[in-house]
Design a protein around this ligand. Sequence first.
Ligand code: UN1
Length: 508
Amino acid sequence: MSSLIPGSEALSLRARTAAERCGVHGESLAGSHPVLSPVNGLPIGAVDWATSVDDSLERAQAAFLIWRKVPAPARGAVIKRFGELLTEFQADLGTLVSLEAGKITSEALGEVQEMIDICDFAVGLSRQLYGRTMVSERPGHRLAETWHPLGVVGVISAFNFPVAVWSWNTALALVCGDPVVWKPSEKTPLTALAADALLRRALRESGHPEDVSQVVLGDGALGAELVNHPGVKLLSATGSTRMGRQVGPQVAQRFGRSLLELGGNNAAVVAPSADLDLAVRGIVFSAAGTAGQRCTTLRRAIVHRSIADELAGRLEEVYRRLPVGDPTAEGTLVGPLIDASAHTSLIGALKQAVEEGGSVVAGGDRELETAAPEAFYHRPALVRMPGQSPIVQAETFAPILYLLTYDDFAEAIALNNAVAQGLSSAVFTRDQAEAELFLSAEGSDCGIVNVNIGTSGAEIGGAFGGEKETGGGRESGSDAWRAYMRRATNTVNYSGELPLAQGVDFTV
Ligand code: UN1
């Protein structure tokens, strides 16, 4: 691995080539809002921002009237083609993910793989949008439910998963018959344009309206327009709890639906019986991977007192040799933070942790400052804390792992649950009763509860999302599709009589 960071010209060329290969037109890359790469902190392109979401909403609504009549399996065929295109252009899209979000190549390709996987899932789903039939209490009556397309879905996504989270929503929304208007993070517009270009190509090739996919580039003000637009029937937003606290009530105010994926403050309990080799690997990937910038990132290790020193020592050894650097270079495991504000949060959180009695065991320092003064590389930090003080209860979107200790398992569960967020959690143990307890109603209160695996890196298939301040939304797998459809309950009377339910007599 080299400590050299590529210059602006090299990265711009790579970005432009990848975007154009995916089908983005050159003029879309010559706008007036510069796009900065976290790799060197310098511009790699420039895009234009939309002034309003109205035109996109209008186009999406017009496309909806056509799309909702296309049979779901035929909609699935479009997603199948989209998945094929994603496979063909995986490397290009991966390059853009690395350049805009700062992910290492393997994780960037993994993000695109997650897109391909949700396409596969959605294709199967397109033949399984099942409703139930119920037995009627009345003779000669049939009771059933039918699922229909809902309408335009708005998606607001974050920089850290610039395309996968949109795909979770879009692959399902499209097979469910809904168009999508997408406001990506203003930090990752090129990746968004490239993903949209591939989806539009799949639509075009299969003779369907391209307008079911809309991208609107802009900042929070544009996102707010989407939130408040009465044409948006479901608003799916990924971001901070602070953002969700505004978005949720605003959408509810107009009786829209919202699907919120907000902050996480994920913990792993490490019990005395744990396989420590496995625990160390699971912890390091979850805590330091993606430079600590996943909503599922491991932020708290709750370790039994009897093994805390040993585990801290082993983590410290790994943290000291984690390869930090250019995410596109071979061998790098930790890329840059997204921007200066992430760097400031990291520094501030470490200072506060020390004030609250913590001691930094490893990392935290800025690296490669001379090679890339505008970028923010940090060695992931490992901090031992005396308890779950205020900073440990906050989500700092940076690679800081707080190590806490516990004495009995009930205390570990209590610590896991004693934060406002409820996204992901894990237990490392070989004691089956402990594992089951952690998974039980008395156990972790999170939306994701794992055994002998870290908190991040969920696969497609399971519903993804969390409880409490994480917002309660569920995306991607299982029956998450239901959020994108409206349910009609149908009572059909073929008896020729009119018996009323509940035995009501209304003879006229
Ligand atoms: C996110 O960080 O917003 O489970 C999503 C994971 C990924 C998705 C994370 N599959 O880490």
